[in-house]
Design a protein around this ligand. Structure first.
Ligand code: DQA
Length: 145
């Protein structure tokens, strides 16, 4: 089965973007890590990034036909986007929300997530490891179905 791993705005800047908050790894590093980890779980990965809210909605809509589950780090849209929330609802796929940083230890405006209400589970604050933990969790969720 294929898992969509969707990354939102500014995550293409990882490595140079506030490394003290988000770590030194680039998004390419995380993609490579995910591909390797997924293969060991007999999963494949469609790893995407977009800075555009509407494009993220379209990618999620397409996942409905192509993917078995969605792992999403929606970046700042986490805290603002009813459109991405609605798209995830329509997709009718298991969703796992990931954040590199612990959004609850940061500014108040990061404490609310529009993604959480449609997620099976949430992994925050563990850096890039969150993505591989999410793949482990997704493999188990899919086995259960
Ligand atoms: C983030 C947390 C968000 O608040 C922020 O806007 C990001 C990254 C994270 O992975 O920690 O872009 O989703």
């Amino acid at each position: 089965p294929e898992i969509l791993i969707l990354n939102g705005p500014n995550l293409n800047m990882l490595g140079t973007r506030e490394p003290e908050v988000y770590g030194a790894e680039t998004l390419d590093d995380i993609e490579a890590m995910c591909a390797e980890h997924a293969a060991a779980l007999d999963l494949s990965v469609d790893f995407r990034q977009s800075n555009f809210e509407g494009e993220m909605v379209t990618i999620i809509q397409q996942a409905r036909d192509n993917a078995a589950g969605i792992i999403i780090n929606a970046g700042a849209y986490t805290h603002t986007s009813v459109a991405i929330h609605d798209a995830l609802r329509v997709a009718e796929l298991p969703v796992i929300e990931v954040h590199l940083s612990n959004i609850h230890r940061r500014e108040e405006f990061r404490h609310h997530s529009y993604i959480s209400a449609v997620a099976e589970g949430i992994i925050v604050g563990l850096g890039s490891q969150g993505y591989t933990l999410a793949l482990d969790a997704m493999a188990r969720l899919l086995d259960r179905n």
